[in-house]
Design a binder for this molecule. Structure first.
Ligand SMILES: Cc1cc2nc3c(=O)[nH]c(=O)nc-3n(C[C@H](O)[C@H](O)[C@H](O)COP(=O)(O)OP(=O)(O)OC[C@H]3O[C@@H](n4cnc5c(N)ncnc54)[C@H](O)[C@@H]3O)c2cc1C
Length: 730
């Protein structure tokens, strides 16, 4: 806390202390006012302006300092100034006082509260930013919580000060009117509590609920408006039509069929989508072959003098296709038909909010009416318009799998997960790979030391990693393809034989009715927390909805999309993104769940980092993979996990324990108390918890335990006595 804050806090504390020390509260009681009413009124009659000003200032001070007595002051306002002026004075004084208390709380406490609980307050903050006015209005109308609590609590949220002021003034008006009016009958009032009869409280409650009702009505009206001009079918052919048969679409239709809905899944290319055909499965198959080669190259590390691998790149790429074919039945039309899904091979397009037109592969056209639709149309590689890119011809994650000849010099554009995975795999398969990244390091979402470990390994494996290099143009000179890049204000020319563009993935947003229906989209389709588009019966899931682009998040969203599409408005669930893990399958493997340090810092979330180095782990040593670390971020002083990064062999598997822990609210103490098989890599998770525990050793308690042990041993004997022969007692 800086000196200004300390000074303000001290001033407020002194003022409050003075109030109680001098028992000033006795002047803010009904009895006192009654006893002084005549004198006060005659003074007011003699000095109306001064009286009004004095009353106003005292009222602001009482509410601003959150002192007890505002209700009595309001009554007195009615008694002394009458209904009209009383209402004006109290309304402004109470709102200004409340805003001062709000500002003091914001200035003194908000940073600390947000820093400590920011991660947990995220949803609340977002809610308050969106509709804080509504909540405040309700709280002001329904006197459930004392107003001073509301003032202080609201100061900790992101609500704007002006909003707080005017909503408070409007919201408190009805209550103020009731009290000031009651004050005009001051002589007949015996207790403050008696002023608000149950009927009056009831009407306030109704008024308080009104904004929420109004909001619901606005929502329903908005919902109805979006459907204006469309004719809703009287009956539907399907409960659900799912467009796109990748991870999101397959899981959505599977769930729909499992709960006995009539569901059609339309896929225009290949079931399984990107993950099976051009993404996770082929990349991991390629990485596996490449890893074997890398291990053979490291044979001496394992005590084997030499090991030689003979291989044909085309055969490796054929194996990749074999792996796809082996996994394919999991995502096949036969399997899903067997599960109860109506699988259609064709291109789907929304033609109304309840109607999907399907052009089957043979050209047959049909329309299906459906109560709900889930858009799971995925994403495609993003290819920026770099001058000359079309002239050199480029590969993407869609097309690289058809290569059968290994590129001698491969240029990889992009230092994200896909670029990194393919860079290392191709380098291990023998291509001379140059990886170009515009930013200062690879895998920028991860902490700097993670990128550092990966880059060091890449360079050790002979990969040319060029960070801070911005691709400007492609040229062909004398038959040679060259990337012209900018680095430190100078031009760098990088010759290559093939270029793989791995610069991110763009959601598929065109050609299936989004424009015609006016479904808002930017980088992805816009959805609410229930995954609904602006048409509440049309949902989106997976890469096309974002914000994540993983198979497991697509499947996760699919559950919400399916259940909400089938059961809303009776029941719907907000998609839960509280614990999202992912991994990048380079060597060393990188896995993460929750926050890392750079995110915690950027969001102002206080954390404690515990790092356990895998170079210490028996199994990692035995496997000659003793590198990397487990880094756990926890709430300072507590064992609650905020996030974990693991770098090392099988990091993507190891992190599962922490994913479970975070999801189920299990802390490091419980991980430490759980048996882990020796010798496994998984022990690293326990040792990381142990490192945290060691850093939190209860020293004072241990000092007492030491005394306890000393006491159990008895009083130490003197050295002479200890050496006396047995039997020679004094
Ligand atoms: C190289 C690479 C490696 C990856 N590795 C991993 C990984 O290791 N782990 C991980 O979690 N994720 C990985 N991903 C990401 C993962 O593949 C995607 O997040 C996932 O496939 C998204 O699934 P989806 O269902 O949203 O979209 P998609 O799988 O793209 O499916 C969308 C489907 O919709 C179809 N479609 C589109 N429009 C229409 C239409 N009008 N009518 C009918 N059908 C239509 C498309 O043909 C497509 O099949 C990787 C991606 C790539 C490219």
């Amino acid at each position: 806390m800086n000196t200004r804050r300390i000074a303000l806090l001290a001033t407020l504390a002194v003022l409050v202390a003075l109030f109680f020390a001098f028992d000033l509260g006795r002047f803010l009681t009904l009895d006192f006012f009654k006893s002084q009413q005549a004198a006060i009124e005659s003074w007011r009659a003699a000095h109306p302006a001064v009286a009004a000003l004095a009353y106003f200032v005292v009222y602001v001070a009482v509410t601003g300092l959150s002192l007890p007595g505002a209700a009595v002051m309001t009554l007195a306002g009615g008694a002394v100034f009458g209904l009209g002026w009383g209402l004006v004075l109290v309304s402004f004084a109470s709102s200004i006082g409340a805003t001062l208390a709000f500002l003091a709380s914001r200035y003194l406490l908000r940073d600390a509260v947000q820093a400590k609980f920011g991660d947990r307050l995220q949803a609340l903050n977002a809610g308050v930013e969106r509709e804080g006015g509504f909540y405040l209005f309700t709280l002001r109308l329904v006197p459930v919580f004392p107003f001073f609590v509301i003032n202080l609590a609201m100061g900790l949220t992101p609500i704007r000060t002006w909003t707080f002021y005017w909503v408070s003034q409007v919201g408190m008006l009805a209550g103020t009117l009731a009290y000031v009016n009651a004050g005009t009958q001051f002589a007949r009032i015996d207790s403050v509590a008696g002023i608000l009869s149950p009927a009056l409280v009831g009407s306030f409650a109704l008024l308080g609920v009104f904004p929420l009702l109004a909001k619901k009505i606005v929502e329903i009206a908005r919902m109805k408006k979006v459907y204006e001009g469309w004719t809703k079918p009287a009956r539907f052919d399907r409960n659900l039509v799912v467009i796109g048969g990748g991870a999101a679409g397959l899981v959505t239709s599977y769930i729909a069929a499992a709960v006995k809905a009539k569901v059609t899944l339309v896929e225009k290319h290949k079931l399984g989508g990107d993950c099976l055909n051009t993404g996770c499965v082929p990349s991991k198959a390629l990485i596996r072959s490449a890893k074997l080669l890398s291990h053979m190259g490291r044979s001496a590390e394992f005590g084997i003098r030499s090991a030689r691998a003979e291989f044909d790149f085309a055969e490796v790429m054929e194996r990749v296709q074999r792996v796809i074919r082996t996994v394919e039945p999991h995502d096949s039309a036969e399997r899903y038909t067997g599960l109860g899904v109506d699988v259609v091979e064709g291109t789907a397009k929304l033609v109304s909010p309840w109607e999907v037109e399907i052009v089957r592969d043979g050209g047959h056209r049909e329309r299906l009416t459906t109560r709900s639709v889930v858009l799971a149309t995925g994403a495609r590689p993003f290819v920026p318009p770099i001058p000359g890119i079309d002239d050199v011809g480029y590969l993407t994650s869609d097309t690289v799998w058809s290569l059968r000849e290994r590129p001698r010099r491969l240029l990889v554009l992009g230092g994200g997960p896909i670029g990194c995975e393919l860079t290392q795999a191709f380098a291990r398969l023998g291509s001379a790979v140059t990886q170009v990244e515009m930013l200062p390091r690879l895998m920028v979402r991860e902490d700097p030391e993670v990128s550092e470990l990966v880059m060091r390994r890449f360079r050790a494996e002979g990969i040319r990693v060029l960070t801070d290099h911005k691709a400007k143009a492609f040229v062909v000179e004398g038959g040679e393809k060259i990337l012209v890049a900018e680095h430190a204000d100078a031009e760098v020319r990088i010759p290559f034989d093939a270029v793989l563009v791995a610069l991110g993935r763009a959601a598929n947003l065109k050609g299936y009715g989004l424009e015609e229906l006016g479904i808002p989209n930017g980088r992805t389709i816009e959805t609410n927390a229930f995954l609904q588009t602006n048409y509440p019966n049309i949902y989106a899931a997976g890469d096309v909805a974002g914000p994540f682009q993983f198979t497991h998040t697509a499947a996760h969203q699919a559950w919400y999309a399916a259940v909400n599409a089938l059961f809303a408005p009776f029941k719907k669930f907000k998609a839960d993104y509280s614990v999202i893990p992912w991994a990048t399958f380079v060597e060393p493997e990188v896995a993460r769940v929750g926050l890392n340090e750079q995110e915690a810092k950027a969001r102002g979330i206080a954390y404690e980092a515990t790092v356990y180095g895998l170079d210490d782990l028996d199994r990692a040593i035995a496997d000659d993979e003793a590198h990397g670390f487990v880094k756990v971020l926890t709430v300072p002083g507590k064992d609650r996990i905020l996030g974990v990064t693991i770098v090392g062999e099988h990091a993507g598997d190891l992190i599962a324990e922490y994913v479970l822990a975070m999801k189920q609210g299990i802390g490091l103490n419980k991980i430490l108390g759980t048996i882990h098989i020796y010798p496994t890599l998984a022990e690293a998770n326990k040792y990381a918890a142990g490192a945290w525990k060691k850093a939190h050793t209860p020293e004072r308690l241990l000092a007492w335990v030491e005394r306890f042990h000393a006491w159990r041993r008895g009083r130490p004997r003197s050295p002479e006595r200890a050496t006396q022969p047995a039997g020679e007692t004094a």
